[in-house]
Design a protein around this ligand. Structure first.
Ligand SMILES: O=C(O)CCC(=O)C(=O)O
Length: 294
């Protein structure tokens, strides 16, 4: 067990959400990723409606991730929960914050952002292997991303490299379309590995609509193309816990959040990144936006 793990409290079984077992928590800590069956099962229609609205009216960060001549469509967009009511409703009313608190071993849970990733049938492009953390301006031992398909997925599911959240050096972030490096200075990053060629332990699960893979922001992950006959629509919710702090990067981050005004070492400002759950003193403030000193 690492010092960080020793400092991460394990929620008592009486305060854990019923979907979360000790095995989920142990797997999350050991591997950095775990499947939570049915986490969003009651919210699949809302998520699908939110994705439809998002694709009909893309936001300023929406991207098409295929080069001319590549087949299919790979659409993504993020940071839309404030303008797409279904997304906000799912984030606030599902069990995602409670399950996130249990997996992170955190008293507080703060929303970082949402992300939509859609691969239409016949999209051969794989999602490149990457860690999310280097793209973000937040770091900590307590972070979690929940990736939820609203279509059944098998081959096109998310793939996570077990244990990569404990790697000593972060992996070089790249741009998905151009494949250029994301920051000018490449020296502090390790080259992107090829987990299949290097026979790494890749975790992946066939998933039903509403299931979710929870993974640490530092986990190396990717996905195959979508060679199936059905769409692969996925919604992702990214959360941070008690120890997450704003960090500076050598360039514009993704998402960028222009004008955020934070400085290194700050907690994410709660008026932009709402606190979804606060278990300190056994007080649950689910839905609260207050308390920037959380
Ligand atoms: O949906 C995908 O293809 C990749 C998802 C991903 O990279 C993420 O949710 O961080």
């Amino acid at each position: 067990m690492t010092p960080a793990q020793m400092n991460t409290p394990t929620p008592h079984s009486s305060t854990r959400h019923p979907l979360v077992t000790q095995q989920h928590i142990d797997s999350y800590r050991a591997h950095g990723a775990v499947l939570v069956k049915g986490l969003f099962a009651d919210h699949v229609d809302d998520i699908a409606a939110g994705i439809a609205m998002n694709m009909q009216a893309p936001g300023p960060y929406a991207a098409e991730n295929l080069k001319p001549g590549e087949t299919g469509r790979f659409f993504d967009d993020y940071c839309n929960w404030q303008r797409i009511p279904q997304f906000e409703q799912v984030i606030r009313n599902s069990a995602v914050a409670e399950v996130g608190a249990d997996l992170m071993g955190s008293q507080t849970v703060q929303l970082f952002h949402d992300h939509v990733l859609v691969k239409e049938p016949g999209t051969s492009k794989a999602t490149p292997w990457h860690q999310d953390s280097p793209y973000y301006f937040v770091e900590g031992q307590q972070t979690v991303s929940f990736w939820c398909p609203v279509d059944p997925v098998d081959e096109a599911t998310l793939r996570c490299v077990a244990g990569s959240h404990r790697w000593a050096r972060p992996v070089l972030p790249t741009r998905w379309l151009s494949e250029d490096t994301f920051y000018a200075d490449e020296s502090e990053w390790m080259p992107v590995p090829d987990p299949d060629a290097e026979r790494m332990d890749v975790l992946e699960w066939p998933m039903a609509p509403g299931d979710a893979v929870a993974f640490d922001f530092r986990v190396l992950h990717g996905a195959r193309g979508n060679d199936s006959a059905i769409r692969r629509r996925a919604f992702s919710v990214r959360l941070v816990g008690d120890d997450a702090r704003y960090v500076t990067r050598p360039g514009r981050t993704s998402p960028p959040f222009p004008g955020h005004g934070m400085t290194a070492g700050d907690r994410l400002r709660a008026d932009w990144f709402p606190i979804l759950l606060d278990r300190r003193d056994d007080k649950s403030n689910k839905g609260s936006q207050a308390g920037s000193d959380a």
